[in-house]
Design a protein around this ligand. Structure first.
Ligand code: NAP
Length: 485
């Protein structure tokens, strides 16, 4: 492992060149564990975003014409070099996001796994020949890249959320303009530099960091050249971007917020359920879109489960991400910290009971104690909204039907988790859950081989798997006639 912050690019990457914002403006990136400034980054706006779109447009013809095997070779090299330099990338990520180094390293490898996956999928963009209504004709289906794409990504997985979009887009033959979150631009810029060193042609992958997200978003969404936007972030911002993309009728992928139910039936393997919940809920200090948000435990085991959960949560090691043994880092910002405090207060005011935690942690300004609250009810904020913090609210239920009804009582539909040893129940409940991804006896479900994505107000489109490539491909139908002798 490294023990110093690596040298990281701090300018925009546009058309293969590292450029300062024309305005000369820069913004500070802070370590959330200490509040210290760790870098000063070019603050891009309209001029740079337009330049990046033009660069992506200029690079499109050659990149999309490159044989898939050629694109695949570059993506594979990018992945291999990310893996070789995983320590450097992980350090950067921990510094700007706060997550423990081991998790940051895991995220980098996870991001690289999408480059590997899509480097292979790139060579399997098959078309189709469909029987035509007349014997003198043939229906032929081909797939072509959508064109110039834009990606807007959040701070909670600053490497993986961007790389899994870039991997699919570039594999399909599209070019990309990316806007990383202002809190965490360094991971994106370092990954981009490694991509350039791995052989990405100029303009294929462009990064415009900046603090005026609305302005960069406006330029990307209003552009006629940009044919698709892939967004990962909150449902509120997603709604705005969907509306902004309407006038130019862009393709969209929306990976939005979640409110995942985690259901434990009486017959579950409680050890496995506890392991699954710890992994699902407390990764990245609870700041993941698929993390268990509402824990529902059947009446027969809720007492034992909540007690054992609280004991395990109380032992979690809280501290800066670069300290050996840390399991829970800081929250990303003062606003995130205040939101968690507010939600816990709301739960307590309405009759919830803290089993462990429930307050600020002495490790620093943005550290919150890992917390378990029982006696929660559906009207509490912790059950209605994404907590995005290390807080597990536990509620009881009596029947399978009740669990399904409670789990689906949300406008979100990203991930859900079910623990049961009854195979019939696993299928029934899995089928009935209105969520895009269901983990059955598993608390971590993301993998490049699987279609990641939500339903309802958690969004649409899929990332990873063969479905993920389709999001960057247009289907064309050609009718070939005049075949009769
Ligand atoms: P956010 O506020 O929506 O921000 C996400 C990205 O959008 C950032 O790059 C942000 O830029 C940018 N942005 C904000 N306002 C914008 C605007 N008006 N126009 C264009 N871009 C804008 O979300 P967040 O708080 O960073 O991330 C957490 C959310 O992401 C949670 O809801 C979580 O569930 C969701 N998420 C979903 C998935 C998934 O796959 N479904 C994965 C991870 C996270 P700035 O940072 O510069 O403001």
């Amino acid at each position: 492992m490294l023990d110093v912050m690596p040298t990281v690019p701090t300018q925009a990457l546009i058309g293969g060149e590292w450029l300062n914002a024309e305005s000369g403006r820069r913004f500070d990136v802070r370590d959330p564990a200490t509040g210290n400034v760790i870098a000063s980054v070019s603050d891009c706006g309209e001029v740079e975003t337009l330049a990046a779109i033009a660069a992506a447009d200029a690079a499109l013809a050659a990149w999309s014409a490159e044989p898939a095997s050629g694109r695949a070779r570059i993506l594979r090299r990018w992945a291999d070099q990310m893996i070789e330099r995983a320590d450097e990338l992980a350090w950067t990520l921990t510094r700007e996001n706060g997550k423990p180094l081991a998790e940051a390293r895991g995220e980098v490898l996870y991001g690289a796994s999408y480059l590997h996956w899509f480097s292979e999928e790139a060579t399997r963009v098959y078309g189709d020949v469909i029987p035509a209504p007349g014997s003198d004709r043939r229906i032929i289906v081909t797939k072509s890249p959508v064109g110039v794409c834009a990606a807007i990504t959040p701070w909670n997985f600053p490497n993986a959320m961007l790389i899994r979009k870039a991997a699919a887009a570039l594999a399909a033959g599209c070019t990309l303009v990316a806007k990383p979150a202002a809190e965490t631009p360094l991971s994106a810029l370092l990954a981009a530099r490694i991509g350039m060193e791995a052989g990405l042609p100029a303009g294929v992958f462009n990064v415009v960091p900046g603090t005026d997200a609305a302005e960069i978003g406006r330029v990307l969404t209003s552009s006629d050249i940009v044919r698709k936007l892939s967004f990962t972030g909150s449902t509120g911002v997603g709604r705005k971007l969907i509306a902004q993309c309407a006038p130019t009728v862009k393709r969209l992928s929306m990976e939005l917020g979640g409110n995942a139910p985690f259901i434990v039936f009486d017959d579950a393997d409680l050890d496995a359920a506890l392991d699954g919940l710890m992994a699902s809920k407390f990764r990245n200090a609870g700041q993941t879109c698929v993390c268990a948000n509402r824990v529902y435990v059947q009446d027969g085991v809720i007492g034992e489960f909540a007690e054992r959960l609280a004991k395990r949560v109380a032992t979690l090691n809280v501290g800066p991400g670069d300290r050996s043994g840390t399991e829970i880092g800081p929250l990303i910002s003062e606003a995130a910290f205040a939101k968690v405090e507010r939600m816990v207060s709301d739960a307590l005011a309405r009759g919830g009971r803290v089993l462990t935690g429930g307050a600020k942690h002495p490790a620093g300004e943005l550290f919150y104690q890992p917390t378990v609250i029982d006696g929660v009810t559906a009207d509490m904020d912790v059950m209605r909204d994404e907590i995005f913090g290390p807080v597990a609210p536990v509620a009881g239920f009596a029947t399978e039907a009740e669990a399904i009804q409670m789990a689906n009582e949300t406008e979100y539909g990203l991930a859900a988790y079910v623990y049961t040893r009854d195979l019939g129940r696993a299928w029934r409940v899995g089928d009935a859950l209105a969520h895009g991804m269901v983990g059955i006896n598993e608390g971590v479900l993301s993998s490049p081989a699987a279609p990641f994505g939500g339903v309802k107000q958690s969004g649409f489109g899929r990332e990873g798997s063969r479905y993920g490539l389709d999001d960057y491909l247009d289907v064309k139908y050609m009718l070939m006639g005049g075949l009769s002798a």
